[in-house]
Ligand binder design. Structure first.
Ligand SMILES: [Zn+2]
Length: 121
């Protein structure tokens, strides 16, 4: 993610890197830039700085919900379904969603008490 506070330094850097420019000998700290060049540089830096990476604007985790008690089908918050032969995604050492790549949060069917294992395989 671009650092907003660096915009001023980045703009100066780009002005300094314009080709075929050398500061006046009697005013070495001055930088030569035309209005058009400066506008272009500022606009491009602003565009970079205000572009929000996708992973920031969306949740970083994907919730997997067991569809029914004892079901081996899990729905995902990114809109897909996945079948697990046994156990939860966590039990199967799945850390990231196979569809969206985000970190998986297990949401097993609520256990109303009693043994959670039904049948077993
Ligand atoms: Zn997902």
């Amino acid at each position: 993610m671009a650092e907003r506070s660096n915009i001023d330094a980045r703009i100066c850097q780009r002005v300094a890197e314009l080709t075929d420019r050398s500061s006046p000998e009697d005013w070495p700290e001055a930088m030569l830039v035309t209005a058009d060049e400066l506008i272009e540089i500022i606009n491009s830096e602003l565009e970079v700085a205000t572009t929000v990476p996708a992973e920031v604007s969306m949740p970083l985790q994907c919730n997997w919900y067991q569809e029914d008690e004892g079901s081996d089908v899990w729905g995902t918050s990114c809109g897909s379904r996945f079948t697990l032969n046994d156990g939860t995604p966590f039990d199967n050492r799945m850390e990231h969603c196979a569809f969206c790549g985000k970190h998986i949060i297990d949401n097993p069917w609520p256990d109303d008490g009693g043994d959670e294992q039904k049948g077993g395989a």
